[in-house]
Design a protein around this ligand. Structure first.
Ligand code: NDP
Length: 293
């Protein structure tokens, strides 16, 4: 078993981004700028946004966090998005999900200028991704593709099984793996909670992407010998053992599955770190105007 090491790969790519951000500052006279809007007080969301902001600083980006109370109206939020869309000093704009129930995430996502949509959730970016056109790719799938690319894993011809069909992970991952690109060119099966006999499906996979949100859902008896295992899951459990007071578990039973896998991502230290890299790369591309100009 070989580890797909998010720590190593993310550090290397972040160093490249840092150099490109310095070059951007030298030529444009300003830093790439990411604005993140956070609504309410969800603990996990606050942690994610803080980490995104910290990583922006690390690579030499400017970052702004706008934090609203949970009772902000949808129209006020969308007004702010429109203001930021029109602000030429803002390159990337993200709204952290999930949003409170009274706010429609579809309307909010669609309100973001697709040229600043560095989360890659806007329908224009989604459509362009499906067509294999330049676009912002959602950060987690983008990070996974960068990881496969870094290790030179050629997925062409493989049977990929993606478990989970969310808009932010499973569904875009299935599109990327099926595209005529490298990595890509897989035959893809997209599974979800209504899939019959999921074990049988996963057993056929040369590459498994687990994005379910259930601790250790993928067990060793579900995995073919030599399969590549990408674990997206982040399941938090309270723990007296750690300083933070909680422990993270993947959707894959790492201990047992790693005995059979050819490559595997750990949790933590895998896909989560690459997600940040995906976001940073999108923000840099937005600043440079290399996708839309
Ligand atoms: P969602 O809850 O949006 O989607 C979960 C998906 O899993 C759904 O498609 C659901 O099916 C499917 N599912 C649930 N139970 C089963 C089951 N028993 N059998 C088969 N499929 C099932 O989650 P996300 O995609 O947002 O996130 C998935 C996990 O990844 C979470 O742990 C999340 O924290 C983590 N995550 C990690 C990131 C990172 O950076 N590492 C980034 C984003 C998420 P259905 O559609 O039928 O309901």
């Amino acid at each position: 078993m070989k580890l797909l090491d998010g720590k190593l790969v993310s550090a290397k790519i972040k160093e490249d981004i840092r150099q490109e951000a310095a070059a951007f500052l030298a030529s444009a006279g300003r830093k790439p700028h990411l604005v993140a809007i956070l609504v309410g007080n969800d603990g996990a969301s606050e942690t994610y946004v803080a980490s995104k902001m910290r990583n922006c600083e690390l690579v030499g980006f400017e970052s702004t966090n706008i934090h609203y109370d949970a009772d902000i109206s949808e129209s006020s939020l969308i007004d702010k998005i429109r203001e930021l869309n029109a602000d030429p000093t803002v390159d990337g704009l993200i709204v952290q999900l999930p949003l409170p129930k009274h706010i429609d995430p579809e309307r909010v996502t669609a309100a973001i200028d697709h040229r600043k949509d560095v989360d890659g959730f806007h329908p224009v970016n989604l459509g362009r991704m499906q067509r294999n056109l330049p676009c912002f790719i959602p950060a987690t799938p983008y990070g996974i593709m960068l990881m496969l690319e870094y290790y030179g894993i050629d997925t062409a011809g493989m049977h990929a099984v993606v478990v989970g069909r969310s808009n932010i992970v499973g569904s875009p991952m299935s599109i990327l793996l099926a595209r005529n690109a490298t990595p890509g060119n897989c035959t893809v099966t997209l599974t979800h909670s209504r899939t019959r006999n999921i074990k049988e499906e996963v057993l056929r996979a040369d590459i498994v992407v687990a994005a379910i949100g259930k601790k250790h859902f993928i067990t060793a008896d579900m995995v073919k010998e030599g399969a590549i295992i990408i674990d997206v899951g982040i399941n938090r459990e309270r723990s007296a053992e750690t300083k933070s007071g909680y422990k993270l578990y993947g959707d894959v039973d790492f201990g047992a599955v790693s005995q059979k896998a050819s490559w595997i991502t750990p949790v933590p230290g895998g896909v989560g770190l690459m997600t940040i890299v995906g976001l940073l790369k999108n923000t840099l591309e937005a600043a440079k105007g290399s996708i839309y100009n």
